[in-house]
Design a binder for this molecule. Structure first.
Ligand SMILES: Cc1cc2nc3c(=O)[nH]c(=O)nc-3n(C[C@H](O)[C@H](O)[C@H](O)COP(=O)(O)OP(=O)(O)OC[C@H]3O[C@@H](n4cnc5c(N)ncnc54)[C@H](O)[C@@H]3O)c2cc1C
Length: 545
């Protein structure tokens, strides 16, 4: 017998079990309540199926899809241009799962009421696990109503809405389903697309030749792109196919891929058009109005995407704190950590509840003018505020994991890199706030819809009612102060979020209202009032033990 101690010294204790597999639907009480409240209960079985898949197989696939970034191949071995982007196979597997389950097209291929709410819930589930693929999915979804405007583009609209994914680079006639991208941003102007210099020269009928560039052009392997370019009659919207109907490559070059902070599984390119063929959608000079229909839907997905990042970050944080002890008891029982987790839970619940409320307005919009007007203005408000909150939120959740939250396997670094993006693209924060001012000053229907929504939650909570009063006065005054726009939109967002929670009878409504609309909150998360708020119950609601 040796006197040496056993060599196996490394026993791991006080570390959490793996986060996944996990059922993202069953675990998410707030999502299930919101889906029911917003009328999409009929879709619950489908959402349950996707929640199970997303938290297990898709979660596992997501790591390599993210780590092994897309590569650009401009030429073949013999010098001919190919302009291809190669993705890790898991990227295609994730895209296929998402498209087949309706993340991109459910609201267009399922005629049942509340299909937009159901698709929004699918998008939220998917974004928690692989946000990089959410970009092509949301652009495909949002392009459909624009494509439907032109009877000649019916095949495109039907195939974009279809639950079929086909990542091959072939003409759409050979595919059962297609994906769409969007090209607006140029070097000299992104927010101000009127500065676009790409030209569109009429050929025959609705066909044009595009010459110019786009400075940000995501998902360049999409089958088609909605592109803005200057036609003789002004800035116009076009559908530019990747392959022409005869199978030849359309005349555009991928110049390079962006080396991005995050969003790694998604390719974002710079592109040049050298006489690319495209078909006009809507009238010449109506480009911004035409593409805005698409952008409104992608902005809603930015809200959902940020709510999803919050959700995954929070769930990881609660999971970790339940299984990790410090100074004698689990982190989740430490009073100060409870305050942090509960505060994050309030923020996330409000973000999700408000996003699905807006999705219901999108559903109702075709037959309810007030809901249409509400969707229009609430999207700008929510896009600003929810996306603005996500980076600080994810960082706070990351900190709950300590050093593990800074390490890739925990997923938190990926969520953290992704978090700022939703507030930048699809119109950055200031642009959303200016859009809210524009709607308030020029669109009486939007102003009235907002007033109605704010008033409909009155009488339930003093902090809410006290906050709403000056906002209503501001609406009456016309709201034209550009320098004060962020302040106004922040308060509108908080009041709307509180209103949704109060009307829903959420158990967190009072704490949200008191902390966000009253005076009982600091600037950082974890500053909820320490009396009258049941931290343990809020945390349990966020992620049932
Ligand atoms: C990863 C990624 C992928 C992208 N993919 C695509 C894509 O597929 N297709 C596409 O078309 N675009 C895409 N974009 C571009 C994105 O939509 C733009 O970057 C965004 O709209 C901002 O435009 P910009 O970069 O030109 O910034 P600018 O327009 O120069 O704006 C800079 C800042 O100024 C602010 N600002 C602008 N005007 C005003 C004003 N009047 N008052 C106060 N502040 C103002 C903006 O809010 C912003 O904060 C992508 C961007 C990223 C980061």
């Amino acid at each position: 017998m040796s006197d040496l101690p056993p060599f196996e010294t490394h026993v791991v204790v006080n570390q959490p079990p793996g986060f996944a597999p996990r059922d993202l639907w069953a675990d998410d009480v707030v999502l299930r309540e919101a889906v029911r409240r917003e009328g999409a209960q009929a879709f619950a079985p489908r959402l349950a199926e996707y929640g199970g898949l997303a938290g297990d197989a898709l979660y596992a696939l997501s790591f390599d899809a993210h780590r092994d970034r897309p590569r650009l191949r401009t030429h073949d071995a013999f010098g001919r241009r190919v302009d291809l982007v190669e993705f890790h196979p898991n990227y295609h597997a994730l895209m296929r799962a998402a498209v087949e389950h309706g993340v991109a097209g459910l609201s267009w291929h399922d005629a049942r009421p509340a299909a937009h709410v159901a698709r929004a819930a699918l998008s939220y589930l998917h974004h928690q696990v692989e946000p990089g693929t959410s970009c092509p999915l949301t652009m495909t979804h949002a392009a459909v109503p624009v494509l439907r405007r032109e009877p000649a583009l019916r095949e495109w609209a039907e195939k974009a809405a279809a639950p079929h994914y086909d990542g091959r680079d072939v003409p759409i006639a050979e595919k059962a389903g297609v994906t769409l991208g969007m090209g607006m941003t140029e070097k000299q102007g992104g927010s101000d697309v009127r500065a676009n210099t790409t030209t569109a020269t009429p050929l025959a009928g609705d066909e044009y030749a595009l010459v110019g560039h786009k400075w940000f052009f995501s998902a360049p392997m999409s089958d088609g792109f909605l592109v803005l370019a200057q036609a003789p009659g002004g800035l116009s919207c076009f559908l530019m196919p990747r392959r022409l109907p005869d199978g030849s490559r359309n005349a555009f070059r991928l110049v390079r891929l962006k080396d991005k902070l995050g969003d790694w599984s998604n390719a974002s390119s710079e592109v040049e058009f050298t006489g690319a063929r495209a078909w006009r959608i809507g009238g010449e000079g109506r480009g911004i109005a035409t593409i805005l229909e698409m952008v409104m839907l992608t902005r809603l997905d930015c809200m959902l995407g940020s709510a999803a990042l919050m959700r995954m970050a929070l769930a990881q944080a609660v999971h970790h704190c339940r299984h990790r002890a410090a100074f004698g008891k689990p982190l989740v029982e430490q009073p100060l950590m409870r305050n942090v987790l509960a505060d994050l839970a309030l923020e996330w619940e409000a973000a999700l509840a408000f996003s699905l409320r807006v999705a219901r307005a999108v559903d109702a919009a075709p037959h309810d003018p007030r809901e249409a007007a509400f969707a229009r203005i609430a999207t700008a408000i929510g896009k600003y505020w929810i996306c603005k909150r996500a980076p600080a939120f994810v960082n706070e959740a990351q900190e709950c994991l300590g050093g593990a939250g800074y390490v890739e396997e925990s997923l938190l670094p990926r969520l953290y890199r992704q978090a700022p993006l939703n507030s930048i693209w699809e119109g950055s924060g200031n642009i959303q706030c200016l859009d809210v001012l524009r709607a308030l000053s020029r669109e009486p229907a939007a102003r009235e819809a907002l007033r109605h929504e704010l008033e409909s939650a009155s009488g339930r909570d003093t902090d809410h009612d006290m906050a709403v009063l000056p906002l209503l006065a501001e609406l009456d005054g016309g709201a034209t102060d550009e320098a004060g726009a962020r302040s106004l939109v922040e308060w509108l967002a908080l009041a709307l979020q509180a209103g949704v929670l109060l009307r829903a009878g959420s158990p967190v409504a009072a704490a949200f209202s008191r902390s966000r609309l009253g005076t009982a909150h600091g600037l950082a998360f974890g500053t909820l009032p320490t009396t009258g708020v049941d931290f343990a119950a809020i945390i349990e609601r966020a992620l049932p033990a």
